[in-house]
Design a protein around this ligand. Structure first.
Ligand code: MN
Length: 390
């Protein structure tokens, strides 16, 4: 029996790489559902190639074009956010890959879990915003959540065979991004184009900015808390510019296990799709002599304040990580639109974390309201700063 896969966000970087993995393993997987936000050309191309049962375009404007392009194919075509949220419940899906960007992943992921679908989690914002609720739903519905994020996949791989052994600590590795070692003066003048050049990983725009600002690592700290049931003080970040060691688990006897390999997202994707069995692959192999030196350093949380803000939000708990995420999505968009500078991103997020209303034990509706409220607040701060610039 082939595993029937739904990919939410199939035209993004992770979605496209998931399709590559599937096409290399046609005996193991088949594509049941593809969804995309806006990239209609690529979605049509993917649909014709993989012939899923259903495709959904989130942006309603593209519906007619999609319907027309696929009219000779035996493929059902839907449009709209609600369709994305509902399609994950279809009975002929075994696993949902959540590869969309940001907060938009939350409701579809909740619905998929409620329908008993296993999750390959690539949308880390879902766990950042509402990790407690996601975990609770997964337990109630006997659903497994397989991490796709390379660091969390590394930890997951290190934990195989160790499920009864207590974790003392984990180390998430960080490449440090394109601005590693930069002074505040240098960071003040970096451009969007500079930030979009990641040294080791080829990713979408939003996560690439998050990587440059270290917010991505902050989110991964929060994601790790929920995925592995850890306390904030059990999670550490170490900068490892070569991105060969993908993360490390330290057990209570002091022994450390690390997972390593060349940086290639197809590996954690394939591992998540076919856990626990490893499938063969032709991915390029690591050669020690190409990397005679693997180096490690401490992250600079003074210059990259986002990482400190994320730890702070994690310690305070409640809806603070949700506030952090909503503010971040807004400032990243503003930075990509040339409205604010690189250093204004953490500056605004810091202000919003202090201003937004704190809820200690939020339910799902609280997260939805918090997200809305924080976006409005952050938009006002961005406008205010953008005015000062003129
Ligand atoms: Mn990662």
């Amino acid at each position: 029996m082939r595993k029937r896969i739904a990919i939410l966000g199939s035209t993004g970087s992770i979605g496209a790489q998931t399709l590559e993995v599937i096409s290399q393993n046609p005996d193991h997987f088949e594509v049941e559902v593809l969804t995309a936000n806006n990239n209609i050309e690529l979605l049509i191309e993917q649909a014709k190639l993989f012939r899923p049962n259903v495709v959904v375009i989130s942006n309603l404007c593209h519906y007619d074009q999609l319907k027309e392009a696929l009219k000779d194919e035996p493929i059902k075509v839907y449009a709209g956010k609600e369709a994305v949220q509902q399609v994950v419940q279809m009975s002929n899906i075994d696993l949902v890959v959540t590869a969309m960007v940001g907060y938009s992943g939350l409701i579809p992921t909740c619905n998929a879990i409620k329908a008993g679908k296993h999750i390959a989690l690539a949308n880390k914002e879902t766990m950042v915003v509402a990790g407690e609720i996601i975990n609770q739903l997964a337990i109630e519905n006997h659903v497994n959540i397989y991490p796709v994020d390379s660091e969390h996949s590394a930890i997951f791989q290190c934990l195989v065979g160790e499920f009864n052994n207590e974790i003392e600590k984990i180390y998430l590795t960080a490449s440090g991004g394109p601005f590693r070692g930069f002074t505040l003066e240098q960071l003040a003048n970096v451009t969007k184009a500079d930030a979009l050049k990641h040294p080791n990983w080829d990713m979408g725009a939003k996560i690439t900015i998050d990587s440059a600002s270290l917010m991505n690592k902050g989110f991964e700290v929060i994601e790790a808390k929920w995925l592995f049931g850890l306390k904030p003080e059990q999670i550490d970040v170490v900068v490892h510019p070569q991105s060969i060691i993908h993360s490390i688990v330290q057990f209570r006897d002091g022994s450390m296990k690390a997972q390593m390999g060349l940086p290639d997202m197809k590996l954690p994707i394939q591992y998540a799709l076919n856990f626990p069995e490893r499938l063969p692959s032709t991915f390029k192999r690591f050669n020690f002599l190409d990397y005679p030196k693997l180096t490690f350093e401490q992250p600079n949380t003074k210059n990259f304040r986002n990482l400190a803000l994320a730890f702070e939000a994690l310690k305070q708990g409640g809806n603070m990580p949700c506030i952090l995420n909503a503010a971040n999505e807004m400032v990243v968009q503003a930075f990509l639109n040339d409205k604010i500078s690189f250093l204004q991103m953490p500056e605004i997020i810091g202000q919003i974390l202090e201003k937004a209303s704190f809820i200690k034990s939020p339910v799902l509706e609280d997260y939805i309201l918090t997200d809305k409220e924080v976006r409005i607040m952050t938009a006002a701060s961005i406008k205010h700063l953008a005015k000062q610039k003129i």
